[in-house]
Ligand binder design. Sequence first.
Ligand SMILES: [Zn+2]
Length: 197
Amino acid sequence: MANCAGKYKYLDRIIEGDLDVRQECIECHNYLKYDDSIYNNLVFHASKKGKYADCLMYSGATNFIIISKKALELFKTNRLTGFEEYPITIIDDKENIFDQYYILKITGNALLDYGKMGEQPKFYCKKCGYVEYSGQRPMNYKQTYLIEESWDGSDFFLDDLCTQRVVDIILKNKLKGFIITELINAYNPFNMNYINT
Ligand SMILES: [Zn+2]
């Protein structure tokens, strides 16, 4: 996940392109799966303050993160799996153009076992991951459980979950701008144990 600390730049809007183009799920008929074509030729606007980090926050991000070329190259040379990359363009207020950033679309799969996590959402599509909540939020999830054998073995999977290998590469190479927490606490709304890089 991207670090939202004020010392780093974040992407505050899209200037060109549209991320809100979705495909209907054949199973539940909700619109959640994004059409891959939308990731091409996106232009983002960067916040005024802060430095460029290796992972930049964009609040509209769903199943992707935005990372630097340096981070992407490290992920690729270490043969990490579970993503597709799409180059993006970033423009700031001074019309400076940065093209050394990529959308890392997370393609790895796993399914959450809401039954074991404590509370069942009102509806959960196991095909596309669409979740409908009822009642109060945040839901009282204490620990993360995956449905047995649902994880496809990818290093990046299910929104922004990842393996220890990814974390080791981020920390060893001092990549900036990531928020990391243990998978077991990832869905606990009261979790306070984060590493901010
Ligand atoms: Zn679905």
